[in-house]
Design a protein around this ligand. Structure first.
Ligand SMILES: Cc1cc2nc3c(=O)[nH]c(=O)nc-3n(C[C@H](O)[C@H](O)[C@H](O)COP(=O)(O)OP(=O)(O)OC[C@H]3O[C@@H](n4cnc5c(N)ncnc54)[C@H](O)[C@@H]3O)c2cc1C
Ligand code: FES
Ligand code: FES
Length: 492
């Protein structure tokens, strides 16, 4: 299929929408409300926290026979990233004969709405969940709602409405999209790069302004590398959960945006007998499912990362490249000895994540260089992994600190200890002085005072917005003590 330059094409309820002449930073929410007058979708916070703007974005499934949907915060997603995809809003749910979707019907019958401002977003989060899980547990409903704030109804009637709707046959909960599959094939984006007369890669923009600012959406890593060689200052866009914030709150208008969400290689997870290689555009929700069995604590840190609409697009690479001191995935990945595969032009290098940061939001990444893969080991016999995130609220909150540790026990002694934190230093980091205290010791012989001394020697004492130093340092010590006290004893 050929691309139509300067036109964003997506499928909406059995029709192809062609959005023309829009800015590269127009959000999906703004286009829905102002361009299409679909005002059911609301703007609350415009920063991914309230969920009033949740819609479903769909893509053809692997076999090309149906559509897979994920919930997203439309306030954070840029319209050109919709090109080639399908969109469902709260208006999509009602059938032609006026019948409401079961979630909507039960929200009415169970008094799940009062002022109604949050209701479309809540309905879409729940409608999204039941596309893949028609029999959710109460805990799963809670998780699906973790990114939706309701200030007047209270959650009990909403949860009751969901569980009641889910008593119906799964087929009744499915979103009607019979016509959409053929249309999605019609607007499918090219999977191969366009080549010029001399065989050179020519990257077609989705949107380009007269001044030359543009949004490109390559399909191969080679195209990304070429684009970044031509425009080393270009902004890479993965899940948009940081960039969307910069656009909405800081009015950032990057001149060149390069979207990674259509690059097949970056959307792929490869594995060997001993390691996983996660492509830079793989969403966190997928990573969470991948590691659930092997690293339950890592999966739990990911489950508490934002909310389902955040995790459905946010990536490990975006978290790492953004380099927040309280980024949650980095302590887990550092404790697992993760490495980053980097590429600049044709040059590739692999480096340990714990050598990536050089300061607050500063890293060794060079202009034009980008992360292609995050690699980490599968569990080895005898290895243990622990992680825990401390935050003011349990769900949808950022860390005061998050600690992660991997180790082995050999003859009752701690071995190969890797400990990492966020929130303790200008960037997430390993804690070699604390590791040295632990290495070679029986967990029973480790004294809290030794850990305290190593913490004092390792990190600058500073109070932060999220926690005082007194609190952080105490928690940092207690997490280590908890990790070693709850170790699984050696079986040999
Ligand atoms: C409501 C909300 C809740 C959040 N909760 C959490 C939380 O619990 N824990 C947490 O740690 N963070 C949280 N975040 C922050 C954010 O979601 C994460 O940092 C996320 O991982 C960013 O990934 P992304 O794919 O969305 O990045 P994007 O916004 O697409 O990009 C972020 C940065 O990374 C760069 N980048 C992206 N991909 C690459 C690449 N392959 N190579 C080089 N650079 C790249 C971009 O250019 C940009 O500078 C939250 C954000 C919001 C809005
Ligand atoms: S408007 Fe609040 S999450 Fe989008
Ligand atoms: S019904 Fe008013 S905010 Fe939820």
């Amino acid at each position: 299929m050929s691309q139509v330059t300067n036109t964003v094409r997506f499928v909406l309820d059995g029709e192809i929408v062609e959005a023309q002449g829009k800015r590269r930073t127009t959000t999906v929410l703004d286009y829905l409300r102002e361009g299409l007058c679909r005002t059911g979708t609301k703007e609350g916070c415009a920063e991914g926290d309230c969920g009033a703007c949740v819609v479903l974005v769909g893509q053809l499934n692997a076999k090309g026979t149906g559509v897979d949907y994920v919930p997203v915060n439309s306030c954070m997603q840029l319209l050109p990233s919709l090109d080639g995809k399908s969109l469902k809003t709260v208006e999509s749910l009602k059938k032609a004969d006026g019948t409401l979707h079961p979630i909507q019907k039960e929200m009415v019958d169970c008094f799940g709405s009062q002022c109604g401002f949050c209701t479309p977003g809540i309905v879409m989060s729940l409608a999204g969940m039941v596309q893949t899980n028609a029999c959710p547990s109460r805990a799963q409903v809670n998780d699906a709602l973790s990114g939706n704030l309701c200030r007047c109804t209270g959650y009990k009637p909403i949860i009751d409405a969901t569980l009641k709707a889910c008593q119906r046959p799964a087929a009744e909960l499915k979103i009607e999209d019979a016509q959409d599959v053929a249309l999605l094939k019609e607007i499918e984006r090219d999977k191969q790069p366009t080549l010029g007369l001399e065989g050179q890669i020519v990257i077609q923009p989705v949107v380009r302004t007269r001044k030359g600012s543009e949004f490109v959406s390559p399909s191969t890593v080679d195209e990304v590398a070429k684009y970044l060689s031509d425009y080393p200052q270009a902004t890479l866009l993965a899940g948009s959960t940081e960039i969307g914030l910069q656009v909405n709150k800081q009015f950032a208008r990057p001149a060149n945006i390069c979207y990674l969400g259509n690059v097949a290689e970056l959307l792929t997870v490869k594995e060997t007998a001993s390691a996983w290689m996660i492509g830079a555009a793989v969403p966190l929700e997928q990573v969470m499912h991948l590691v659930t069995e092997a690293y339950a604590d890592f999966a739990e840190v990911l489950r508490r990362f934002g909310s389902p609409p955040i995790r459905s697009t946010a990536t490990l690479a975006g978290n790492i490249a953004n380099g927040s001191p309280i980024g949650d995935t980095m302590p887990c990945l550092m404790a697992l000895g993760a490495t980053l595969h980097l590429r600049k032009g044709d040059k590739k290098r692999v480096m340990p994540l714990d050598a990536f940061y050089t300061g607050m939001k500063a890293s060794v990444l060079q202009p034009g260089e980008f992360i292609t893969v995050i690699e980490f080991a599968k569990p080895k016999a005898g290895s243990q992994f622990k992680a825990h995130k401390i935050s003011k609220r349990f769900d949808q909150d950022i860390s005061a600190t998050c600690a992660a540790m991997s180790f082995e026990l050999a003859n009752g002694k701690l071995k190969n200890v890797k400990l990492a934190y966020n929130g303790m230093a200008p960037a997430p980091c390993r804690a070699p002085k604390i590791e040295a205290v632990l290495e070679g010791k029986s967990p029973f012989d480790v004294k809290a005072s030794e850990i305290d001394a190593a913490i004092t020697a390792s990190f600058p004492a500073r109070d932060g917005l999220r926690a005082t130093w007194a609190y952080r340092s105490l928690v940092a010590r207690n997490l280590v003590m908890e990790f070693i006290e709850t170790n699984e004893m050696e079986t040999a």
